[in-house]
Design a protein around this ligand. Sequence first.
Ligand SMILES: Nc1ncnc2c1ncn2[C@@H]1O[C@H](COP(=O)(O)OP(=O)(O)O)[C@@H](O)[C@H]1O
Ligand SMILES: [Mg+2]
Length: 296
Amino acid sequence: MTRKICFINYKGGVGKTSLIVNTASCLAKLGRRVLLCDFDTQSNTSIWLMRLERWNRLNAEGKGAVYSFFEPGGVRLRDLIVKDVVEDKNGQPVLPGLDLLPTTFNLVDLENEYTGDARRPAYLVFQEQLAELALDYDYVMFDCPPNLLRASQCGIFSANEIYVPANPDALSLIGFTLLVEKLGKFNQISAGFRKASMGAAAQVQGIIFNSIKTGADIEVPKMRMQLRLNQFKTARRAAPQSKIFDTQIRDAMVVRRAVTLGLPVNLIGQEGTDPTHDNVVNDYRRLALELDRHAA
Ligand SMILES: Nc1ncnc2c1ncn2[C@@H]1O[C@H](COP(=O)(O)OP(=O)(O)O)[C@@H](O)[C@H]1O
Ligand SMILES: [Mg+2]
């Protein structure tokens, strides 16, 4: 069974993109076949993994990225996928098994200019083609913007599991709360379009704390998050087995640097500049294993 997973929080800058890219990379290293779908019009995942030059060409062409699928012309989702996306400087694949459905800035038009058939919302059209394609993968992972507009809906509708990146602060808690509210509404509206073969509608399965500074005491924000999660579980608005992940990701310079290098952190050779490098790579590895074990 392919696991279909969204990383989303209604708060921006919490680490959705860095978590999903680095976790996907670790899963691919473990031998899993992973398709990462970029549904954030800011295109951070796509720019990171394709590197700027390759992505700039795609963005300038105005076709070949995920929005093309929603435009008239019958482009197939399968033809938009960038296979083994991570390459070295010579264009050689360095991480077989990690594919990308890229986005460019025109994805914003899905929110404005897109006029589909009202009886066939964008998320349904997307899910139908993804279903067939997904059979080639162990994981399909969606990087979403901090909202539940049309682009995110494609991920949410197709997925069965939601993970919520969080920082140890009040805004992450508010973002989580807002997400669960909007998710409940969306799952209601879209229920009529679901087929049995899709499995259960996406529910929150886990909270992942990110960017934790060395020595920081996060017990209080963690406890507040746990209380909120418990309330949602009692109200059946989060999965019964949902939890705060044991693994948390430390704050490390190399995470920011990885974007410039165009590599996930587990593929960056250590030049001894960042003493926390090995540690944060291990955090991501542990997270990937914990996710792999977590049965939805
Ligand atoms: N563990 C971390 N350590 C250091 N910097 C981080 C870490 N996680 C994320 N960042 C940085 O924080 C910023 C926001 O992260 P990002 O993953 O883009 O968040 P989001 O996708 O939620 O907006 C980026 O500059 C990113 O490099
Ligand atoms: Mg992002």
